[in-house]
Design a protein around this ligand. Structure first.
Ligand SMILES: *Cc1c(COP(=O)(O)O)cnc(C)c1O
Length: 399
């Protein structure tokens, strides 16, 4: 008799996908945005009223809703997640010649944002369970790699100050932030969380992106909430919020008619049009998060009796938004990974591997780095699975 576990690992992989998302029309893409009546209404309202650009009620509403949802005191919306990271690192005091600790396993924007500040990314390893920075491995590494210098610590080898760390909550799974904050504090390293993928994820009930001095979100088209393109910076510090607002809005002094700018800064503002889309997306965020959880549970079950691998689950004590479901091979095997990707594409399921590790990208091959054994294994083991909320079922109102 045929059971689901017959056949090669590649065939079993495709069968499991078939079982969970096989009812959806092909191709089943990795992550699709979902728009309904409110998106149409709010965006049309911007156009009708003429408020399409850098000011408007949706900008104020969107910032208030982000702050309320995450529990951050301040949310500053900007034009992209990359812009959010860049501005946050500048306000964190990252200056040219500094180093910034960045996971080797991340999207390239985390590393680019350090370079945009004139700093050098210094790549660090991941934990096998959270997929993000491992605070214990980091602690052991920094003990040897850094030495005190002035009021901070510097890299023994390069002599550069290590100014900041950017933990990233991979695919929505939270990093062990409480412990990481403690380790970073010991070395006077400022923590800026890259929470681009983890809107809706929390640790012991506290939202990701609110543990560091600042945290950043992305509203790119593939994220759980999209504004077309956009991002936000979270902080509890009123002074930092004010500085962020100034830096991202060309440092214009508030005045009814005068145009006086008192520092060189950026035009990183989010347009009201995009914020309107964001408000409509927030209307359905709780429902989308429920659907993602449902879908994740189906994947976890479907791959549950699989010998070749399993699905990544939220770390203990955390709640993940399951932005992207991730299948992980029990043993790293790039050949098997690629065969699974090939077969699933052929069957109409658009899976994808994790990002190429940062230290293997041409612009970063010479950057300083810790030993990266876990990240290297993860890169050869992970396959992201189609994760659009609607794949959990169409029987929910399209609010
Ligand atoms: C999406 C994302 C960003 C930001 O990307 P933008 O396209 O600039 O909004 C940053 N870091 C990570 C890890 C991301 O996934």
């Amino acid at each position: 008799m045929m059971t689901m576990l017959d056949g090669t690992p590649v065939q079993q992989f495709v069968d499991a996908l078939e079982k969970v998302v096989g009812a959806a029309p092909r191709p089943v893409v990795l992550h699709e945005p979902e728009f309904g009546d409110n998106e149409q209404r709010y965006v049309a309202d911007c156009i009708t009223s003429g408020w399409v650009s850098s000011a408007g009620k949706y900008l104020d509403q969107f910032e208030a809703r982000i702050a309320e949802f995450t529990g951050a005191r301040h949310a500053i919306v900007v034009s992209s997640g990359t812009a959010a990271l860049h501005a946050a690192l500048l306000i964190a005091g990252v200056t040219p010649g500094d180093e910034v600790l960045i996971p080797a396993l991340t999207f390239v924007a985390s590393a680019n944002s350090a370079v945009h500040c004139g700093a050098v990314p210094h790549f660090i390893d991941s934990a096998d369970d959270t997929l993000g920075v491992c605070p214990d491995a980091l602690d052991a590494y920094l003990r040897d790699a850094l030495e005190p210098a002035g009021d901070g610590f510097r890299n023994r080898k390069t002599g550069r100050r290590v100014a900041a760390i950017v933990p990233m909550h991979t695919f929505g799974h939270p990093v062990r932030m409480e412990r990481l904050i403690e380790v970073a504090g010991r070395y006077k390293i400022t923590v800026v969380e890259d929470a681009a993928e983890s809107l809706g994820s929390s640790i012991h009930g506290r939202h990701t992106g609110t543990f560091g001095v600042m945290g950043t979100l992305s509203f790119n088209g593939n994220k759980i909430v999209t504004t077309g393109g956009g991002g936000a910076i979270l902080t509890d510090d009123a002074k930092l919020a004010e500085a962020l607002r100034k830096l991202t809005t060309t440092a214009k002094r508030p005045h009814r008619w005068e145009f006086i700018h008192d520092q060189v800064s950026y035009n990183y503002r989010m347009p009201n049009l995009n914020a309107a889309l964001g408000c409509a997306q927030f209307d359905k965020l709780p429902r989308m998060l429920e659907q993602k959880r449902l879908l994740a549970n189906r994947y976890i079950q479907a791959f549950g009796q699989f010998a070749a691998g399993y699905c990544v689950v939220e770390p203990a004590g955390t709640r993940s938004n399951y932005w992207l479901n991730a299948f992980k091979l029990a043993l790293p095997d790039r050949g098997l990974r690629d065969a699974m990707l090939e077969a699933s594409y052929n069957a109409g399921f658009h899976c994808r591997p994790a990002w190429e590790l940062m230290h293997r990208l041409p612009m970063f091959v010479d950057a300083p780095r810790a030993p990266l054994p876990v990240a290297e294994r993860l890169a050869d083991s992970i396959i992201n699975l189609p994760s659009s909320p609607k794949l959990a079922g169409q029987n929910t109102p399209n609010g």
